[in-house]
Design a protein around this ligand. Sequence first.
Ligand code: FEO
Length: 406
Amino acid sequence: MNNPLTVKINDHLTYIGVNDRYTHLFEGMWPLPDGISYNSYLLDGKDQVCLLDCVKIPSVDEFLENIYSVLGDRDIDYVVVNHMEPDHTSSLPVLVERFPNIKIIGNKKTKDFLDHFYDLTENILVVKDGEEVAIGNTSLTFYTTPMVHWPESMVAFEKSTGTLFSQDAFGGYGTLDGAIFDDEINFDFYKDETIRYYTNIVGKYSGQVVRALDKLKDLDIKTICPDHGIVWRKNPGIIVDLYAKLAKQETENGVLVVYGSMYGHTEKMAEMIARSMAEEGISNIRIRNISEYPLSNLIAESWRYRGILLGCPTYNVGLFPPMANFVATLTKQKMKNHTLGYFSSYSWGGGAEKEFAAFAEKCGWDLLETTPNVQGSPKKEDIEECMKLGREMAAALKEAYPDQYK
Ligand code: FEO
């Protein structure tokens, strides 16, 4: 049956993934304004057929339609579970029911998850790191990539065509709108969403991403088939380089100012600090109101810019709650290569400044000396303190990026 939504990648490989424009929040918390794709692939080794990763359960009908349109009445011998997160496995029990002879390929940890998530305990082929499994006239070799993105995560490599099935790695948010290959797509449309995906989902495990990239560096990779987003067949180096840059946390010259404000005083401090940096020649400045701007985007922008300035009023003797949440998230993200400044305000008793100081100690970033803490609205000496903080950040950036200030 002709189905243009299944796309040939090479003679024995077909894309059979689906788009999701209904889920508002990925993992229940990360906004999906441009949706997301769940990619799946059918590898036809003539005598044997193997499916690589599945899709989220609401799309199971479309998924099965794609499978049948490629296979007709042929059976599926194997399904590879490179990653157990349910966006790729919640349709697996339906698949197993439809294809009762199917054997699930996973590693030891996958096997445990299959039991815990779906009561699947039979017909499982457990593979070890580096093991090769024949699929008819071709084969797949498996490499474990723990914590990219879960403990059981692994990738599969088909060496005759140099195809890497990379599961979450090298993926991004955003549906595949007609085009699926990198040479059919303007990556500028996807780059920001790829960065947001990386920083939201995988960023905390950047150390493991670096190790995974190192492990795969000797493979002759010609095509990358991730579980989300673009299939890279022309220039896979673009996405590998972007992931390597993000994993190494190479920050850019610029400042993210994140503030919370109840009645405008802390907001005014943020504006003054930003003006002071602009007067010193800093041109990449973003001011974000924490009550209005999504946490997901704040994480992506924090990842990007070297300078981070945080400000908020005291609330219940501590940080303004949205800021407390943001600071806790930053702590868990284990970010590196940043210069931090903070500022605060209070009405009758402080507290925010102490929690900012505790965060500064925990994160280990370079800390700026001036930390304005204003009672009520900023007065003359407070304004000078804010301007001083801005000048300190500007000086730190000029020291970090001397070539950009010649
Ligand atoms: Fe796309 Fe970690 O799941």
